[in-house]
Design a protein around this ligand. Structure first.
Ligand SMILES: C[S@@+](CC[C@H](N)C(=O)[O-])C[C@H]1O[C@@H](n2cnc3c(N)ncnc32)[C@H](O)[C@@H]1O
Length: 239
């Protein structure tokens, strides 16, 4: 097992994401149904309009655009300048508005905003456990009372397939050696460690989606439409 990721390594890590977004063919364009359903529930949870929603680690902006399209006040951040550029351009092309910022997941760049909802899809787990915990605490600090946070993180059930591959840099965190996510860390959770991370929140729902891989050939993830095993959760900030 190697050393935990350092500050310098974090800067280099964001270079990996810049490379990832350089190939626009890899970019996810269709919003996750889970994110859309979460926002429908958020609309029932709060009567105020528009809702202030933070898309944390927004990538190329598929959820930012969707949330703005349904009329919410959207804030989007990502550590990759390329991702933020893609998001800004997509929002503009769609004739919508959203506030965007390049920022590490551990520091909210939208200082005076308290959010009704925060979404973070396929992102939190790309870090070491200490940084993931910092990011989750940062979300809690910027959440309105009763606000809801929805995210997914990779499950240890994925470790039997491609997603346990690579170099273990700390317990449960692996950096891929090759493939289009080379150099990018993946942290895997089991239920106990996920509950432990969320202990400051009320857990509204926590569910594991388990996918069993039969074909684990190296290049599969690039074209694999069947997702990996993950834990999804919705948690509420206590008033
Ligand atoms: C797999 S993409 C998911 C993007 C988006 N949430 C979606 O569902 O399309 C992961 C995103 O996390 C961002 N990311 C990874 N590590 C980060 C960090 N430490 N701080 C901020 N963003 C980070 C990457 O730049 C990338 O946009």
């Amino acid at each position: 097992m190697g050393k935990p990721v350092s500050i310098t390594a974090e800067v280099m890590l964001m270079d990996k994401w810049e490379n990832y977004f350089a190939d626009e063919g890899d970019i996810a364009r269709i919003p996750q149904i889970e994110v859309c359903e979460f926002v429908t529930n958020l609309e029932k949870h709060f009567s105020e309009r528009p809702l202030r929603i933070w898309d944390l680690c927004c990538g190329a902006g598929r959820h930012t655009v969707e949330l703005a399209r349904v009329g919410h006040e959207v804030y989007a951040s990502d550590g990759s300048s390329k991702a933020i550029d893609l998001t800004r351009r997509w929002v503009q092309r769609a004739g919508l508005t959203a506030t965007t910022s390049i920022a590490d997941m551990t520091a909210c760049p939208f200082k005076d905003i308290s959010f009704h909802g925060v979404v973070s899809w396929d992102s939190l787990c790309h870090n070491t456990i200490d940084n993931i915990k910092k990011a989750v605490e940062e979300v809690r600090r910027h959440m309105a009372p009763n606000g809801l946070f929805m995210a997914n993180v990779m499950s240890v059930s994925s470790m039997t397939g491609h997603h346990g591959a690579g170099r273990e840099i700390e317990p449960y965190t692996f950096v891929h050696n090759d493939g289009h996510e080379a150099g990018i860390p993946h942290h895997f959770f089991d239920e106990d460690r996920l509950r432990n991370m969320l202990e400051a929140w009320e857990i509204v729902v926590m569910a594991e989606q388990v996918v069993s891989y039969k074909d684990t050939s190296k290049d599969t993830p690039r074209i694999n439409p069947f997702s990996y095993s993950f834990w999804g959760f919705v948690v509420r900030r206590l008033a």
